[in-house]
Design a protein around this ligand. Structure first.
Ligand code: NDP
Length: 295
C-alpha cells in the first residue's frame, strides 16, 4: 500500500521501520535529518512537508508527542489536509486525548477520510520487536481496515470502542504505570535505608503480590544496574497522567490517587526537564531519601 508515516521519534522510527518492509512508504519528520537517516536504512522516500508526505497515500500514520502537534499538522498550505485523498485512512498512534481524537475524526470525516486513534504500548523494545499492544478507537469498519497495517508493528490489536476509546485506554494504562513507578521508588528507598539488599528485596517482591511490569521488567535492567537508558521521555508520561485525570473527571469519577501521581510527575518534569527518561522519577526519590536502589 502507499503509506505515509509522520513522526520518527523514539517509538515512531521502529514502527515505521516495520511498515517499510511491505509498503511503499513516505516518511516525514520535523527535523529532516531523521527522515533522511530512516530512508538510508529502510528505503522509501523522505518528504519535505506533511503535504508532500501524504500526497497519493492510502494510509497516513502519525506518532507525535500529543494530539496538539497532530492537529497542528492538518492545516496550512503545507498541511496534511491540503493533499489528503478522499477515502484515505488516518491512523493516529500518538498517545493523545479522547476529545482531540474525536475533533480530528470529525474534521477528517467532512473530507471523506476515516480516522482511528491507535496509541501503542510496549516501549521502544516492543516497537523494534513488532510486539506492541495497539489500543484502537474507531467504528468497526475503520478498525477492520486498520488492523492489517497495525499488525506490522503490533501483536495484540484491540478495538476498544468508538474514536477516543483507544486514547482513554492508553491514558489509564500509563497512569497506572506512573503510580507503580512512584510507589516502587518510595517503598524501595525505605527498604534500602533499613538495610534490606535491593536485589533480594526485588526478587521477593517479584515472587509476591506487589509485583508489576515496573518491578519485573524495568527495575532489574535499568535501576538496579544504574543504567538509566533514555527510552520514553518523562515529559510524555506527565502528559499521559494529565490526560487520565481529565478523562476520569469527564466521567464524573473521583481520582485522588491519580491526581497526586499527576502532581508528582508534573513536579518531576519541572525538575528534570524535557529530555529526562520516565524512570528518573525513581532517581529523584533516591535523591530525596539519600540512598540508591542498586544491586
Ligand atoms: P519523541 O519525543 O522521541 O519524538 C517525538 C516526535 O514528534 C519526533 O519525531 C519529533 O520531531 C516530533 N515532534 C515533536 N514536536 C513536533 C511538532 N511541534 N511538530 C511536528 N513534529 C513534532 O517521542 P516518542 O516517539 O517517544 O513518542 C511519540 C508518541 O508515542 C507520544 O505520544 C508518546 O507518549 C507515545 N509513546 C511512546 C513510547 C516510548 O516508549 N517512547 C511508548 C508508548 C507510547 P523532531 O525529531 O523534530 O524532534
Amino acid at each position: 500500500m502507499r503509506v505515509a508515516f509522520l513522526g520518527l521519534g523514539a517509538i515512531g522510527q521502529p514502527m515505521a521501520g516495520h511498515l517499510a518492509r511491505a509498503n511503499q512508504l513516505t516518511v516525514w519528520n520535523r527535523t529532516r535529518a531523521a527522515a533522511d537517516r530512516f530512508v538510508d536504512t529502510h528505503g522509501g522516500r523522505a518528504a519535505g512537508t506533511p503535504r508532500e508526505a501524504v500526497e497519493g497515500a492510502e494510509v497516513v500514520l502519525t506518532c507525535l508527542p500529543t494530539s496538539r502537534e497532530v492537529e497542528a499538522l492538518l492545516d496550512g498550505p503545507d498541511g496534511i489536509l491540503a493533499a489528503l485523498l478522499r477515502g484515505a485512512l488516518f491512523l493516529d498512534c500518538t498517545s493523545g486525548d479522547p476529545e482531540s481524537a474525536q475533533r480530528i475524526a470529525r474534521r477528517l470525516a467532512e473530507r471523506g477520510v476515516a480516522f482511528a486513534d491507535c496509541p501503542v504500548s510496549g516501549g521502544t523494545n516492543g516497537a523494534q520487536a513488532g510486539t506492541l499492544t495497539v489500543m484502537v478507537g474507531a467504528d468497526p469498519g475503520t478498525f477492520a481496515r486498520a488492523r492489517p497495517l497495525l499488525a506490522s508493528f503490533g501483536k495484540r490489536i484491540e478495538h476498544l470502542g468508538p474514536v477516543g476509546a483507544g486514547s482513554a485506554m492508553k491514558a489509564v494504562n500509563n497512569a497506572l504505570l506512573a503510580v507503580n513507578i512512584l510507589s516502587f521508588g518510595e517503598g524501595f528507598t525505605a527498604l534500602v535505608k533499613a538495610g534490606v539488599p535491593a536485589r533480594k528485596a526485588l526478587e521477593v517482591l517479584n515472587a509476591s503480590s506487589g509485583r508489576s511490569f515496573v518491578t519485573e521488567s524495568l527495575v532489574p535492567d535499568r535501576v538496579l544496574t544504574g543504567a538509566w537508558p533514555n527510552t520514553f521521555r518523562l515529559a510524555l508520561l506527565d502528559k499521559d497522567v494529565g490526560i487520565a485525570v481529565r478523562f476520569l473527571h469527564s466521567q464524573g469519577v473521583e481520582s485522588p490517587l491519580l491526581h497526586l501521581a499527576s502532581e508528582l510527575f508534573h513536579d518531576a518534569h519541572a525538575a528534570l526537564g524535557e529530555n529526562a527518561d520516565y524512570l528518573e522519577a525513581i532517581r529523584l526519590q533516591e535523591q530525596r531519601a539519600g540512598v540508591e536502589i542498586r544491586g
